[in-house]
Structure formats: structure tokens, C-alpha cells
Design a protein around this ligand. Structure first.
Ligand code: NAI
Length: 337
């Protein structure tokens, strides 16, 4: 039998956690032959609801689930983790300014980065889901000096899937026939869902759509604001689809995804005029075993794309400025107290 993979999940008792744990434990994420150990991290108030979730995990009698550990202790929870999915975050409460939210979350992710650095497997892959995801990934990585920044990824897979689904609906294709959709930049309303390279049944998507006004005035804003539309309709935020995107991201990373283009927020290498050290979503391919590679050699973006890519870059810069005090100097910060 294969050796179990240790999967750490923070915010395990939350809405996304509830959907995510079942999918991981059932084998959707790592495949039908891969046993898993779940290492669940919550806050003190989250421990009681988490005990209910772990009762349900036991009652599902999943054949692949080897063990479940619940803890508030970060180093215990991240101990020897091969995969870490950071979902838990401080939600925006009434009257809270955007800057306060950034700082509150940055201190959470600073502590988590340090604990991953101390306790996780050296080849751990870390997926940040909790918002603001890109900047949280930056903060976590900056506090994990012994791990490579490339090991920290911010999730934009849900945006990619939303964009592909919208193109499928528009063209009457199945979502599997929509390829090479790209999400650039921040997981926020400034993201740029780009169809320039996309194909539908192997043909250029923009040609298959044949409606530039729809792309610019409907598709792009709808993808950017899809989360708000779901909250409006459901009275609760998108949890099952966010969990599903995390499953897709980690599966592709670990198992491999051939030549498929997948979007993820990763540390910029300076291309497209994006400062190094910002976590900016770009297309990658996944070879498996946690290895991903940026899609290179793309033609220079046209003026529209360039301005969209620049707007989301600027937002990420201003988010970084908001958390400077939590970044070591080497990561563009003021140095920690
Ligand atoms: P939720 O509020 O239902 O659950 C969050 C859980 O995290 C709670 O159980 C809470 O106790 C826990 N938590 C808070 N701080 C923690 C800490 N320091 N350590 C461990 N656990 C902690 O929220 P939900 O719906 O599960 O969403 C979680 C996050 O995911 C939010 O920040 C949300 O904005 C984000 N999100 C990101 C998406 C993406 O595509 N990147 C998509 C959808 C949501």
C-alpha cells in the first residue's frame, strides 16, 4: 500500500472546510489509491464545530482516510505536512476597513508561514485560499525563509473554472472543450480573465464567441463578480465550488495535468512588468509531484490586455504596501519588530 500523504487544512470547521474535507477523504483529490492523514487546524472557538465535522468524517467510513487530528497548535497541525491548504481567514466584519482586514489576515498568515517553516515537510506545497489570498501567500512565504517562495500558491482556480464555464455556456460547448483560459493577477474583482489564448473545441475562443462586446462588457465583469452573485442568490458564499477548485488545483499539482494551462497565483519572476515578489496569477502547466512551470513564450499582450493586467498588478502592490510591517526586509518590508 502507498504511504499516506499528510494533508493540513486550516479553517477546517468553516463552510469551505466542510465541503473540502469530504472530497479529500473520499479520494477525489489524490486519487483512489492514495491514503491520507488529515491534520485539521482551527481557532479555539472553532474546535467544537470541528469535533462535529470529525464525527461526520468517521461516519462516512472513507476507506482511504487513515487518521484525523484536530488542533489549535500550528506546528502540530503542520507537522510533516506534504500538502497544506490555508482556508481559515478573518472575515470582514461590520465597520471593518479594508486595510484592517488586510492587516488582521496578514498576522494570521505570518504565523502560519513561520509554523510551516518550522514543521512542515521540506517539499510541502501550500495553497492559500483564505482572502486576500495573493497577499496572504506573500506574507506566509516571507515568514518561511527555509521554504522556496514557489511552494506557496494563491488559489485562482475557481476563477479559471468560472471563466471556462461561462465560455462553455456562451458557445454551447462542454466545459471540458474550453482550454487555455487564463486568470491574470489578483483573486479579486480586478483579476483579468483573458480569452486571448483560449480555445473551444480546439478553435480560437474569441472567434467561436464572435462577440467582443459580450467579452468586455458581460464576460469579464461577470467572472470578476461571480462571488458576489452567488452570495446574493444563495445568502451564503461559494463554498462547494471553492472547495472543488482547491481539489482540482492540488490534484493537478500532485498527479499532473499534461499540457493543460492552469492559473495560480505564484511569485512573479518579473515578466509582464510585474514586480518580483508579488503573488500574481499566471498560466502554468503541472508535471506532477508538486512541480509546476510557468507557460512561457506568450506574445506581447495587446493594449486592452496590458491595461487589465496592469490594473490588477497595481492593486497587488497597494495590498503589499498595507502589510509591509509584517514582512522581513528581504521581502520588500520594513523589517519585523
Ligand atoms: P467561514 O467563515 O465559513 O470559515 C472560516 C473558518 O476559518 C472558521 O471556521 C474559522 O474559525 C476559521 N479560522 C479563522 N481564523 C483562523 C485561524 N487563524 N486559524 C485557523 N482557522 C481559522 O469561511 P469560508 O466560507 O470557509 O471561507 C474561508 C476563506 O476563503 C475566506 O477568506 C473567503 O474569502 C475565502 N475564499 C476564497 C476563494 C478563492 O477562490 N481563493 C473562494 C471562496 C472563498
Amino acid at each position: 500500500e502507498k504511504k499516506p500523504i499528510n494533508v493540513a487544512v486550516t479553517g477546517a470547521a468553516g463552510a469551505i472546510g466542510y465541503a473540502l474535507l469530504m472530497r479529500i477523504a473520499s479520494g477525489d483529490m489524490l486519487g483512489p489509491n492514495q491514503p491520507v492523514n488529515l491534520q485539521l487546524i482551527e481557532t479555539e472557538p472553532g474546535m467544537k464545530p470541528l469535533s462535529g465535522v470529525t464525527m461526520e468524517l468517521a461516519d462516512c467510513a472513507f476507506p482511504l482516510l487513515r487518521s484525523v487530528q484536530s488542533t489549535t497548535d500550528l506546528e502540530a497541525g503542520f507537522g510533516d505536512a506534504g500538502l497544506a491548504i490555508l482556508v481559515g481567514a478573518r472575515p470582514r466584519s461590520k465597520g471593518m476597513e479594508r486595510g484592517d482586514l488586510l492587516t488582521a489576515n496578514a498576522s494570521i498568515f505570518a504565523a502560519q508561514g513561520a509554523a510551516l517553516n518550522a514543521a512542515a515537510a521540506r517539499d510541502v506545497s501550500v495553497l492559500v485560499v483564505g482572502n486576500p489570498a495573493n497577499t496572504n501567500a506573500l506574507v506566509a512565504s516571507a515568514n518561511a525563509p527555509d521554504l522556496s517562495p514557489a511552494q506557496f500558491m494563491a488559489m485562482t482556480r475557481l476563477d479559471q473554472s468560472r471563466a471556462a464555464a461561462a465560455v462553455a455556456a456562451k458557445t454551447g460547448a462542454h466545459v471540458r472543450d474550453v482550454e487555455r483560459v487564463v486568470i491574470w493577477g489578483n483573486h479579486s474583482a480586478t483579476q483579468y480573465p483573458d480569452l486571448t489564448h483560449a480555445t473551444v473545441r480546439g478553435q480560437p475562443a474569441l472567434k467561436a464567441i464572435g462577440d467582443d462586446a459580450w467579452v468586455k462588457k458581460t464576460f469579464i465583469p461577470d467572472v470578476q463578480k461571480r462571488g458576489a452573485a452567488i452570495i446574493d442568490a444563495r445568502g451564503a458564499s461559494s463554498a462547494a465550488s471553492a472547495a472543488s477548485a482547491a481539489v482540482d488545483h492540488m490534484r493537478d499539482l500532485v498527479v499532473g495535468a499534461g499540457d493543460a494551462w492552469l492559473s495560480m497565483g505564484i511569485p512573479s519572476d518579473g515578466s509582464y512588468g510585474v514586480e518580483e515578489g508579488l503573488w500574481y496569477s499566471v498560466p502554468v502547466t503541472c508535471a506532477g509531484k508538486g512541480v509546476y512551470q510557468r507557460v512561457g513564450g506568450l506574445p506581447k499582450p495587446d493594449d486592452f490586455s496590458a491595461s487589465m493586467m496592469d490594473a490588477t498588478r497595481k492593486e497587488l502592490l497597494s495590498e503589499r504596501d498595507g502589510v509591509r510591517h509584517l514582512l522581513p526586509k528581504a521581502a520588500g518590508g520594513k523589517g519585523k519588530k
